[in-house]
Design a protein around this ligand. Structure first.
Ligand SMILES: NC(=O)c1ccc[n+]([C@@H]2O[C@H](COP(=O)([O-])OP(=O)(O)OC[C@H]3O[C@@H](n4cnc5c(N)ncnc54)[C@H](O)[C@@H]3O)[C@@H](O)[C@H]2O)c1
Length: 320
């Protein structure tokens, strides 16, 4: 039987490692491994972290669209974690062309660079819950992915990530590459730097500022605290059964409407913020709740941090 991988003494290459999830993961891996972060630093959660100058951390500023630079920077990594992407719906809607280029061509570059590695043990790539479309309840990995209407800029993100999933599976099938796909469902927590409802609500609630909700606030999400996400990635890296698979990673118990989330943040943080509804002028996901049965059965994943606990921990970070 295959042994699980022990993540010690590895050479780990993390694209997008300056971002929210990538830098949190780097912090988890650094004490026992050599970690290279490859990022163009359009977002930066790294510089505020206590491990930003860790002796086992190497930082390379670069763009995943630069195929040659990715090849020279990947070194002799034996673990590759591909987080780099244009993410966040506001950014995607403003820059759909760049979203498609970075998220499809950038991923192709990283996979191709990894194909040249003689000792690659695992490559984890990031998809998204958005591939399940506008209404996904207990979305299962085997469900058909949705690609949305052409011309709606938001769906360039889901389409790009869907192409990434096909790329990763193709490299696995054709070249026996040990790939794993993770599909995060609404991750939040300390270190989040991009747009995101939880981050915005917590920061505004702490300041007592008005919280704005786009639309009527009855969109439903499942909220996954970042530590649970990191556990999911660690299992994707270590468990033999993960290879060649895609996993939903989320917290199917922390389900709430956006209005409910705003109210909960205000209550839990004892805030005086008012909640205001403003018109919504973009395509949205109305319902998004994962099934995490496959991740539980195959790799033992189980989210542990409840919503209110996660909100309190997140607020501690933003209080500074
Ligand atoms: N946070 C979530 O809830 C969530 C949900 C679904 C999927 N994801 C996916 O998980 C991954 C990590 O998400 P995150 O929340 O940490 O996002 P993030 O935006 O904080 O991190 C992405 C990082 O990629 C970097 N980057 C962007 N374009 C690049 C390029 N061309 N070359 C090199 N670096 C580039 C950014 O500077 C950033 O540091 C992404 O692939 C994202 O699509 C996240």
């Amino acid at each position: 039987m295959d042994q699980s991988i022990n993540i010690r003494g590895k050479r780990i290459f993390i694209t997008g490692g300056a971002g929210f999830i990538g830098s949190t993961l780097a912090g988890r891996l650094l004490d026992e491994n050599d970690v290279t972060i490859y990022d163009d630093f359009r977002r930066d959660s790294l510089s505020t972290r206590p491990f930003a100058d860790h002796p086992r951390l190497k930082i390379v500023k670069g763009n995943v669209l630069d195929a040659e630079h990715v090849v020279t920077s990947i070194g002799d990594a034996n673990i590759v974690i591909h987080c780099a992407a244009i993410a966040g719906i506001d950014t995607v809607i403003l820059r759909p062309t760049e979203t498609l280029r970075v998220n499809i061509l950038g991923t192709a570059n990283v996979l191709e660079a990894a194909r040249g590695l003689p000792n690659l043990e695992r490559l984890v790539t990031f998809s998204t819950s958005e591939v399940f479309g506008q209404a996904a309840f207990r979305a299962d990995e085997a469900d058909t992915a949705h690609i949305g209407a052409v011309g709606e800029a938001r769906w360039t993100y889901a389409v790009g990530k869907l192409a990434d999933e096909h790329f990763a599976q193709a490299y696995h099938q054709e070249f026996d590459m040990p790939t794993v796909i993770v599909r995060p469902f609404n991750v939040y927590g300390p270190g989040q730097v991009g747009e995101g409802a939880m981050r915005t609500f917590v920061i505004r609630a702490l300041a007592g500022d008005e919280i704005q909700i786009h639309g009527d606030g009855n969109q439903i999400r499942a909220w996954c605290y970042v530590d649970d996400m990191i556990e999911g990635i660690m299992l994707a890296l270590t468990e033999p059964a993960a290879v060649g698979e895609a996993f939903n990673i989320g917290n199917a118990r922390a389900v709430i409407t956006i209005y409910g989330l705003a109210q909960t943040v205000v209550r839990v943080l004892g805030s005086s913020s008012k909640i205001r509804f403003i018109p919504k002028d973009y395509a949205d996901v109305e319902l998004r709740v994962p099934s995490v049965r496959k991740a539980k059965e195959l790799i033992g994943f189980d989210a542990k941090v409840d919503l209110e606990e996660g909100i309190l921990r997140t607020a501690e970070y933003y209080k500074g």
